[in-house]
Design a protein around this ligand. Structure first.
Ligand code: 13P
Length: 246
């Protein structure tokens, strides 16, 4: 089945107001190369979003997190409906850095996913094992996938498999491993939502993707795109990643 491919930039806590130049350069690159092989999404810090969504046409934007309620006394939080109201189409949920530093657990993630879907945002749901969990990876991934609802528009969820030990470390699983793990993730999805529906969901790889390794990762049969951290902050590198689809 032909699934939508995604090239997604997660800027994390990086980027200041002048980062609009970076977005414009990527936009120009997409126009110049007439790139149409993947959807390009940038997820910058919240403070930059409304500036970016006003201007750009070829790129879509997403938040890096959202609260599970629409509004209320939650100092420092942003809701899915707020993201939607400034023109976001996507939101990352369950990134391992939030699971680790904000203690986000599956019960809360489940609610966040529901809230994002109710606001018509597409969810980029991150899953992945820690180094100490490699031996029981399948169990870890199964329990993370369990946070997904069973009843949703299947094209509204994108899975990003990001082994925690590969994030920002320069370590990447072998190509064979990536392909096998993605197949296993699809089997786990099939158990939850049925074979046909599981085939509609794009599964991306993330963790130390760079301009050099993107092309071999993107050409794996089970990989439907990439979620890129560090390399997405450099125009030449991110452009090369965008150009890596066959
Ligand atoms: P790096 O590409 O910097 O390893 O980060 C990956 C990531 O966490 C994207 O969400």
């Amino acid at each position: 089945m032909k699934r939508t491919k995604y090239t997604i930039a997660n800027w994390k806590m990086n980027g200041l107001n002048n980062s609009i130049k970076l977005v414009k350069s990527i936009e120009n690159h997409i126009k110049k190369t007439k790139h149409s092989k993947s959807k390009i999404i940038i997820c910058p810090p919240f403070t930059l979003l409304s500036n970016f969504t006003k201007i750009e046409k070829k790129i879509s934007f997403g938040g890096q997190d959202c609260h599970y309620l629409n509004n209320g006394a939650f100092t420092g939080s942003i809701s899915a409906s707020m993201l939607k109201s400034i023109g976001c189409k996507y939101v990352i949920i369950g990134h391992s850095e939030r699971r680790q530093y904000q203690n986000e657990l599956s019960k809360e993630l489940k609610l966040k996913i529901k809230s994002a879907l109710a606001s018509n945002l597409k969810v980029i749901y991150c899953i992945g094992e820690k180094f100490s969990e490699i031996k029981r990876r399948n169990k870890v991934l199964a329990s993370q996938i369990n946070s997904l609802p069973t009843n949703f528009k299947f094209k509204s969820i994108i899975i990003a498999y990001e082994p925690v030990w590969a994030i920002g470390t320069g370590k990447v699983p072998s190509l064979n491993q990536i392909n096998n793990i993605h197949s296993k993730i699809r089997l786990l999805l099939a158990k939850k939502i049925g074979h046909n529906n599981s085939n509609k969901i794009s599964i991306l790889y993330g963790g130390s993707v760079n301009a050099q390794n993107a092309s071999e990762i993107l050409n794996l049969s089970q990989v439907d795109g990439v979620l890129v951290g560090g390399a997405s902050l450099k125009v030449p590198d991110f452009s090369k990643i965008i150009d890596s689809y066959k």
